[in-house]
Unconditional design. Structure first.
Length: 168
């Protein structure tokens, strides 16, 4: 089964891959994983804590990510994944990344979005912007192996498995 959704043209404009459902999933995620590839072809996956969606793109604050930045400078093809660990659903997005510094005209507006998340605690001077070209859902195998599985059942199972209490 092919779950990939690709950009398409609607009214002579590229339709954003970041649907409302994907944006909601991003807002609920506390971490994402950004995959890049070095100049010599070595993959690198790095967790990112400060990220959001912005005008049809994903933006990530470059907080202590020198390898990620080096990789994007030599190969701007990236993959980003995020998942709600309790219901075990999320998305994998693929696209091209660009690096924006404080001299970029778009930097200030993106910085405001990311500063709301950091509350000024994590300094950054570079923003990674990802133009998403492909999107695919990430779904725990349980949903496919046991088609009647609900998100609530998956949530309860995860709480039990990880020894967590329900958040009131």
């Amino acid at each position: 089964m092919n779950y990939w959704r690709q950009n398409r043209i609607v009214n002579n404009q590229v339709e954003s891959m970041l649907t409302e459902i994907i944006q909601q999933s991003i807002a609920k995620s506390v971490l994402c994983w950004l995959a890049t590839v070095s100049e010599d072809g070595m993959p690198n996956v790095s967790p990112k804590e400060i990220f959001s969606h912005y005008e049809g793109s994903i933006i990530i604050a470059d907080v202590a990510s020198p390898q990620t930045v080096r990789n994007i400078r030599t190969n701007n093809k990236v993959c980003i994944s995020f998942i709600d660990i309790l219901i075990q659903k999320g998305y994998q997005l693929k696209g091209t990344a660009s690096l924006l510094d404080q001299s970029s005209p778009a930097y200030g507006n993106m910085e405001k979005v990311l500063l709301k998340i950091t509350q000024g605690l994590f300094p950054f001077t570079t923003i990674i912007r990802i133009n998403v070209e492909f999107a695919k859902p990430i779904i725990a195998p349980r949903y496919m192996l046991f088609p009647g599985t609900t998100e609530e059942e998956q949530y309860e199972s995860a709480l039990k498995t990880y020894g967590l209490n329900r958040h009131l």
